[in-house]
Structure formats: structure tokens, C-alpha cells
Design a protein. Structure first.
Length: 177
């Protein structure tokens, strides 16, 4: 977190004050669980006000391998956001998608594959961080709880196309169709 803040502070003058710079809760130590103390610490290191969080719901769900349903995922995400207190206002956008990968995480914990190549790594990442569409009203509950300025439907497809069927499914789950 220190190095990220240091790099951003060095280049921040090049970013217009009207542009939001949103830091994502990527799936490795730092902001990934949105621990209030870590969020407060990180944003205390940043020297500008046009910053915030892009909350990736799939990353946050993957950080809790005990989740077994979309409803549990929504409850978990909303509890994490509530723990942020006034820092919730830092969340300006969300990457909305679902990941229920606990069974996979438990199955592979501590195991090193026999062959490590790009395909093995890709499979491991998408098995943990699934970026599937929400199909239930859990999506609506998450969006209402966070009330973001921006919602990005960050959903995986088999190629680099936009998975319109998945976007439509998730928008229906949000009550937008």
C-alpha cells in the first residue's frame, strides 16, 4: 500500500482534479478485504481528494471462501461496507459480479500443480475469481447498499466479447429490466 500511494502521489499532479482515480480491491494483500484500518491507512497516504474505491464484488466474495450462495455474498458485502462507516463514501464504483469459489479454494489449498504454465494459472485465477453474473436479487441489494456512482458489469466470457446474455441476466437481477 505504501508503494502504491508513493507512485500515485508522484504522478497525481498529471491527473485533472475532475477525474476520479479509483483503487480496486484486488485479490491480494492490501485493500482486498476492505479492512477499515487498512482503508483508512491507505487513503491517509494519498495526497489528493479525487480518489476512491472501485469495489470488485467478485474479489471480495472470493476473499471469503465460506460463502455458498448469492444471498450470503450480498450479506457479506454489505457487512463489509457497513464496517467502513463514513469511509463508505470512498466507494465510487463497483465491478459487479459473483464468485462462489470456496469449494475450489478448499480443494486446491496448499497443492502445487504438476505443470505450471499460462493455461494452469489462468484456470486457477478464473476458478477462484469467477466473475459470474448475479442471477438473484442479491445484485439489487448490493447496489442499493453501496449506492455507487458507477456500476460496471465485469463478467467473464469465453473470448474477449461482451457477454450480453450475462449482462442482461445481471441487470434483471438488479431490477433494471
Amino acid at each position: 500500500m505504501e508503494k502504491t500511494a508513493e507512485v500515485y502521489n508522484r504522478v497525481s499532479d498529471a491527473v485533472p482534479s475532475s477525474v476520479w482515480v479509483l483503487f480496486e480491491n484486488t485479490f491480494w494483500p492490501g485493500l482486498y478485504k476492505l479492512d477499515p484500518a487498512e482503508v483508512d491507512y491507505f487513503f491517509g497516504l494519498i495526497s489528493r481528494n479525487n480518489v476512491g474505491i472501485m469495489l470488485d464484488t467478485s474479489h471480495l466474495m472470493a476473499a471469503n471462501p465460506d460463502l455458498t450462495s448469492e444471498a450470503e455474498g450480498a450479506e457479506y458485502i454489505c457487512s463489509v461496507v457497513k464496517r467502513l462507516g463514513s469511509m463508505k463514501s470512498l466507494i465510487k464504483g463497483i465491478h459487479l459480479s459473483c464468485s462462489l469459489s470456496g469449494e475450489y479454494q478448499r480443494r486446491v489449498a496448499g497443492k502445487i500443480p504438476g505443470v505450471v504454465n499460462v493455461e494452469t494459472i489462468r484456470h486457477h485465477i478464473i476458478s477462484m475469481d469467477q466473475h459470474r453474473p448475479f442471477a438473484t436479487d442479491a445484485a439489487k441489494r448490493i447496489v442499493e447498499c453501496i449506492d455507487p456512482l458507477y456500476v460496471t458489469h465485469e463478467l467473464f466470457a469465453d473470448d474477449f466479447s461482451i457477454p450480453l446474455d450475462k449482462v442482461k441476466l445481471q441487470r434483471r437481477a438488479m431490477g433494471k429490466f
